[in-house]
Design a protein around this ligand. Sequence first.
Ligand SMILES: [Fe+2]
Length: 181
Amino acid sequence: MSIIDRFIAAVTPPESDEARLDARTKATAAAMPGDWLDQILQHHMDLEDAFADVKAGADGASRAESLQQLGILLTGHAIAEEAVIYPAMADEAQKGHAGMGYDEQALVKVQMALLEKLNPMSQDFMDKLEHIEGAVRHHMYQEEGTWFLELKERASVADEAMLTQRYQQEYERYVGTPSLA
Ligand SMILES: [Fe+2]
């Protein structure tokens, strides 16, 4: 199967909105303020907002601008997870989850590159954007509902501190430090 066919096969979201909310509630309860999971949950919500911003764009220029912002957040988040969180999962007896995480994020990167070539006011653009959003939401559901909860259960206090510090470092290296204003 080509990478594009695999993307299409992977994004029929099997879970309901209620299941997604339940996963987020559980992950939020497991997170401590400022820790790696807390940062990730914030970034997942930022991504949801960024998808909504692209869709709300009234003209091509504003859609292209918010698409660029969405791309920065998606890439920064993916880099930080791929550099820090997935390796920890692979190390902590979650090799299958780690492999799936890398795979799903690679598919999203390919689709984002294809999306950038489309006219932002076209139906094809909106269809692909919604397809990518579905894939990202499903991916976040897996992370919040299962993968990260298991990682948290297994990680030692020292591992947690390392994950928190390194996730933040890698994310900010790409996206920048939030302004204190
Ligand atoms: Fe994520």
